[in-house]
Design a protein around this ligand. Structure first.
Ligand SMILES: Nc1ncnc2c1ncn2[C@@H]1O[C@H](COP(=O)(O)OP(=O)(O)OP(=O)(O)O)[C@@H](O)[C@H]1O
Ligand SMILES: [Mg+2]
Length: 342
């Protein structure tokens, strides 16, 4: 559905060339939700603007629904863009128009008939749960409600692709949850393919199938969300994971513990708790595991259990126990803090 191959974007500025996006490739199949996560300045907005050619890539191909967007003429591009919805952090609503008109006006501009417009306004306001706000003005709405209007406006063009640039970043955690639920609902009901960018790992955790970690214009790691969450490789991925995994042992505390053994981070895929295998390891080998922290993370497509464990025992026995755990499907890493220190 969305296919980027080797996309790069450089800006010429007074201070020289800024390479905002470097050689990015990704593929989103119909009905999937993919997320790009990265810190400020990583190039996320530039990347998503390359998808609908609001920015023209300096290199690479952008294919949507099999069509090469980089080859389209201006008028062809305008026509194709109607089928791509976009939502933003700042909502971009017209302040002087009612909620209903905010949805109707863009439809009028693309030549949708009057009675069809009326139908769509009601339909999509209903879907986002704001049927009663049709005559209100944006200034009378909360942030979450404004984003719902923006989503209804995007949906009213009946797109098959929805691009989202930090749509929940300005919202409080509860409102964020409700907007994410809404995105999941429209993804399910209409089969809309979604590519979103965010700096919030909880967004990835809750609604994405696949995640790309972006840094300095490049994708430094990507994969199924469940794979990345249970076995992150790149330092940046790990530091994003720390924001949602709530296992906050201090480096000093761990260093103290290490005087009497070793400290490990274990990840268990699926809902099976880690206790039974740890207990089994303790009976099979001469080791004494002690669970320091434990939590369960629910993802869109599965559940991951995480534990920080202190293991005391002869090094050789500990190695055997770890090997046994690995054979049971446990993913093991030496404990590190968010900066990679151990
Ligand atoms: N039009 C432009 N001209 C020059 N440089 C630009 C332009 N747009 C973006 N950049 C630069 O490209 C880099 C990436 O910017 P971009 O907005 O894509 O980052 P981002 O990941 O979306 O950041 P944020 O999370 O803060 O929104 C930055 O260094 C930025 O200054
Ligand atoms: Mg941005």
């Amino acid at each position: 559905m969305i296919e980027l191959a080797g996309v790069s974007k450089a800006f010429e500025t007074k201070k020289g060339k800024v390479e905002a996006v470097k050689d990015v490739s990704l593929q989103v199949r119909k009905g999937e939700i993919h997320g790009v996560i990265g810190y400020s300045g990583a190039g996320k907005s530039t990347l998503i603007r390359c998808v609908n050619l609001l920015e023209k890539p300096t290199a690479g191909k952008v294919k949507l629904k099999g069509k090469d967007f980089t080859e389209l003429s201006k008028s062809e591009l305008l026509a194709e863009r109607k089928k791509i919805g976009m939502i933003f952090q700042g909502f971009n609503l017209l302040k002087t128009a009612t909620v209903g008109d905010n949805i109707a006006i863009p439809l009028r501009l693309i030549g949708v008939k009057k009675d069809e417009i009326a139908k769509r306004v009601d339909k999509y306001l209903d879907i986002v749960g704001l049927a009663d706000k049709k005559s209100s003005f944006p200034g009378q709405l909360s942030g979450g409600q404004k984003q719902r209007v923006a989503i209804a406006r995007a949906l009213a063009q009946e797109p098959d692709i929805l691009l989202s640039d930090e749509a929940t970043s300005a919202l409080d955690p509860e409102t964020t949850e409700s907007i994410l639920d809404l995105l999941l609902k429209i993804n399910k009901e209409f089969g809309i393919t979604i590519l979103l960018i965010t700096h919030e790992m909880q967004v990835i955790q809750k609604i994405c199938d696949h995640v790309y970690v972006m840094e300095a214009g490049r994708i430094v790691e990507d994969g199924l969300v469940i794979d990345l969450f249970s076995n992150p490789q790149h330092k940046t991925t790990r530091s994003f994971l720390n924001t949602v995994s709530q296992r906050k042992l201090s480096l000093d505390f761990v260093r103290e513990l290490k005087k009497t053994g070793s400290v490990w981070q274990l990840a268990f895929r699926g809902s099976s708790a880690g206790d039974p295998v740890l207990a089994e390891a303790a009976t099979r080998f001469r080791v004494r595991p002690n669970i320091l922290t434990a939590n369960i993370m629910e993802l869109k497509n599965g559940v991951i259990g995480n534990m920080d464990v202190h293991i005391a025992g002869e090094p050789e026995e500990v190695q055997h126990a770890l090997q046994f755990l690995e054979e049971q499907g446990v993913i093991i890493r030496e404990w590190t803090d968010q900066n990679g220190e151990s």
